[in-house]
Design a protein around this ligand. Structure first.
Ligand code: SF4
Length: 328
């Protein structure tokens, strides 16, 4: 796919970053093992065990502790799967588990316990997913997720887009991907050509959590995508010790915008088992957004949202109403 798929073994990573002294804290046998591409490693600061990018990817023994309220399936997705690899929970939108593969393993991932073996549309080449979407004319948007939809080959992606585009009631196709900050070279000229064919339907939501994930190369790739007319957004997860800080969130919004990406969602952590160390309380989350509103224009303020199991849409979390009046 690209020349940049080399993933770093855990001991090499610690050595490279000069933090071998934390080896005892690391879970070397995690069921969701370390997976990080070299281009993401390059953005991690050396000699810093608290680096915010490192925290997102390093499996720690503390993940093994059971914490009340943190469960394997926090948003109960499997209860809303009418066909193999199709999640149909919200009106008008169906999400396809395109593949189980990702460019990186994020420690906070709410799908890390997801039963991909039974619910991965790739295993039967998206056949029943396409059939299901075809059969329900109320669906106007297909969301390509996973795993990461950019993990599949260009040929497969092209085939999938062609099949979805043939369905007359589909007006929008949305990608959710973390490839941009992890393996930006995945955004090849060929991929751009494939996406461009459907640019009037496609939007892309990137998943970027910290300003240090954004560099010039990333911005160049965004420019290529935007040149096709495709609209791009970002969704971050609010993570303790990574981005739960007014300066970091403000800087993230500014860097995203300067790179051509609209800060769209700041997502409250889904309480998945093993991710409790990333939890940020509702009060602090709302306060952070309130503070951003005091200093930034409205278009740099992401919407603070939460997913509640069984709800018919995401919940927009209420921010202090007095401060809401200050939106620019
Ligand atoms: S890229 Fe997305 S799906 Fe993959 S591990 Fe990270 S959060 Fe989970």
């Amino acid at each position: 796919m690209t020349t940049e798929e080399s993933f770093t073994p855990i001991s090499n990573l610690l050595k490279l970053l000069n933090i071998e002294h934390i080896l005892d804290e690391v879970d070397k046998n995690s069921f969701f093992p370390l997976k990080v591409p070299s281009s993401f490693v390059d953005k991690i600061e050396k000699n810093n065990p608290d680096d915010p990018l490192l925290k997102q990817i390093l499996p720690l023994k503390s993940e093994l502790e059971n914490v009340d309220g943190f469960t394997p399936n926090p948003v109960q997705e499997t209860e809303f799967m009418p066909a193999v690899g199709v999640l149909h929970k919200y009106y008008g939108r169906a999400l396809v588990i395109v593949t189980q593969k990702c460019s990186i393993h994020c420690r906070y991932c709410f799908r890390k316990h997801f039963p991909y073996s039974e619910n991965n549309a790739e295993k039967e080449q998206w056949k029943s997913a396409i059939e299901y979407i075809k059969s329900d004319t109320s669906i106007s948007e297909v969301i390509l997720s996973g795993g990461d939809p950019f993990s599949i080959s260009d040929a497969k992606l092209s085939y999938l887009l062609e099949k979805i585009n043939e369905i007359s009631h589909i007006e929008f196709i949305r990608f959710h991907t973390r490839f941009l900050p992890t393996i930006p070279n995945r955004i090849t000229d060929n991929l751009i050509k494939i996406l461009e064919v459907y640019s009037n339907k496609i939007s892309i939501i990137f998943h970027i959590n910290h300003p240090n994930e954004i560099d010039e190369k990333l911005a160049e790739k965004v420019k290529l995508i935007r040149n096709t007319g495709i609209i791009v957004f970002n969704q971050s997860v609010l993570l303790h010790s990574v981005n739960d800080n007014i300066d970091i969130l403000s800087n993230l919004s500014k860097k995203l915008y300067k790179s051509g990406i609209v800060p769209y969602y700041l997502h409250f952590l889904d309480k998945v088992q093993g991710a409790s160390e990333f939890f940020v309380s509702e009060n602090i989350a709302c306060e952070l957004i309130s503070q951003m509103r005091k200093t930034l224009p409205g278009y740099l303020i992401p919407r603070l949202v939460r997913e509640n199991a069984g709800d018919m849409s995401k919940e927009y979390m209420p921010i202090n109403s007095r401060l809401t009046k200050n939106i620019g």
